[in-house]
Design a protein around this ligand. Structure first.
Ligand code: FAD
Length: 419
């Protein structure tokens, strides 16, 4: 590692998993890194998500039929994928752009871009989990997609074929009668499952704390409760940031501000079409029996994450603006959605409820790259439903871009210039 010099200071705004990933690779490159956050480290969307690092998730949200589902949800407050009716020109434009992309051609194209960054990310994680001794319940158990009905099984088999034929992502098919011995937490009357053995899971809060602690040890400065309030610019460069802690300057600036990034559009003089896609989770003591495998139930759109010391159900995608409420009805729905699948769908004891705003782009791709009109500003945001899965490769790309190196994967599709 080379010593930092006067031109080597990087200021990252946002300490979610993406800010942490960027800090890691920038610090490894010998740059002097400071991370600020208006809250605590990784306390927003990166805190209590499902914990999957999942190369099987190559398919974007912009699938054929997704827009029809979104429109239907306007009239159903309980739909797992829901747009809350409200007048917002930004949301209407986002929806229009999203609708235009819900076709097979765009789905496959976005899928190929996601595949390259997902593959890079998991390879990076495998290396750095060992190198940094991150004890975050890293489990190479795969991810089990469980189907309740024969119809669901047939539909998912078509998706599985598409994944194999187009992306080389393969699963092991498990028939319903085999499931109870595969995972005794599953009910005996289910139709079957597909096991994506290449997926991994972690406990996200452990990964966040362990990784940020290692970075502190390596000299990265984290400043919490420090809010970005303004950006001073001249001659196509950022001069300094105005923050709740006063002026801060650096040589390069990275904005890893998740779902809030859209609010920086006018200051950064570039379009950042991100909408918050709100999801919920509830974490509780492990039920008995507790699932052995992390699972998704595509027919109910619920994720199940077994941890060593707990158990989490996570789901929903609500487009309701920056709404921070956690309606009890949604949490109840989350708990009930696991009932058709699991012998013990939930446990009693302390229930920790949570929401997170996913940074959703209309083309399902992240935004990683230099801000078009500002020479020393970079965006690392818009990771949709995959921020945890993509954090390592995102950090690596940002470090490569900031050092003017060629990137290890083609990042053109992620460029902020595409809007
Ligand atoms: C229910 C649920 C389950 C999920 N499961 C998974 C999963 O299994 N696998 C996966 O890969 N992804 C999953 N995700 C998605 C993932 O959580 C997100 O993509 C990821 O957390 C986004 O990370 P981020 O760092 O961009 O945003 P955040 O974690 O939200 O961080 C952004 C940070 O920027 C800070 N900030 C914003 N504005 C300012 C400002 N003006 N000044 C200072 N600081 C600012 C915020 O305080 C925040 O800390 C899930 C999401 C949800 C909701």
């Amino acid at each position: 590692m080379k010593a930092a010099s006067a031109g080597d200071r990087v200021l990252i705004v946002g300490s979610g998993i993406i800010g942490i990933g960027c800090a890691h690779y920038l610090s490894k490159a010998g740059l002097k890194v400071t991370v600020i956050d208006r809250g605590s480290v990784a306390a927003a969307c990166s805190h209590a998500n499902c914990g999957y690092i999942c190369p099987s998730h190559v398919l974007p949200l912009t699938e054929p039929g997704a827009f029809r589902l979104a429109v239907k949800s306007l009239f159903n407050p309980n739909a797992p994928f829901r747009i809350k009716p409200r007048f917002s020109p930004a949301l209407l434009n986002w929806m229009w752009q999203f609708a235009r992309r819900c076709n097979r051609r765009q789905m496959l194209s976005a899928g190929h871009h996601l595949k390259s960054i997902l593959d890079s990310s998991i390879a990076e994680y495998r290396r750095l989990i060992v190198e940094e001794s991150l004890n975050c319940e890293w489990k190479e158990n795969g991810l089990l997609y469980v189907l309740r009905t024969d119809h669901g099984m047939r539909e998912f088999a078509a998706t599985d074929r598409l994944l194999t034929d187009n992306f080389g992502v393969t699963a092991r098919r498990i028939e319903g009668h085999e499931l109870p011995s595969f995972d005794p937490a599953l009910k005996p009357d289910l139709a079957g499952a597909f096991h994506y053995e290449g997926d991994v899971s972690v406990r996200p809060d452990l990964l966040n704390t362990q990784w940020s602690d290692r970075l502190r040890d390596a000299g990265v400065t984290f400043i919490e409760q420090c809010s970005l309030q303004g950006i001073a610019k001249s001659a196509g460069c950022i001069r300094h940031l105005e923050t709740s802690h006063g002026e801060m300057n650096a040589d390069r600036y990275v904005f890893a501000t998740g779902a809030w990034s859209a609010l920086l559009s006018s200051e950064l003089e570039c379009r950042i079409p991100i909408q918050p896609g709100k999801g919920y989770s509830v974490t509780m003591p492990r039920p008995e029996p507790c699932p052995r495998y992390p699972m998704l139930f595509p027919e109910h759109k619920v994720g199940v994450s077994p941890f060593d010391g707990g158990y989490r159900l996570g789901s929903m995608m609500e487009f309701s603006g920056y709404d921070s409420s956690i309606p009890e009805r949604r949490i109840q729905q989350l708990r009930e959605s696991a009932r058709p699948y699991l012998v013990a769908p939930f446990s009693e004891g302390h229930q920790q409820t949570w929401y997170g705003w996913r940074p959703m782009t209309w083309d399902s791709l992240p935004i990683i790259g230099r801000v078009p009109k500002l020479e020393n500003a970079y965006l690392a945001t818009g990771h949709n439903m995959l921020g945890l899965s993509l954090a390592s490769a995102t950090g690596k790309l940002i470090a490569e871009m900031i050092q003017d190196h060629s990137t290890h994967i083609d990042a053109t599709a992620f460029s902020p210039t595409r809007f």
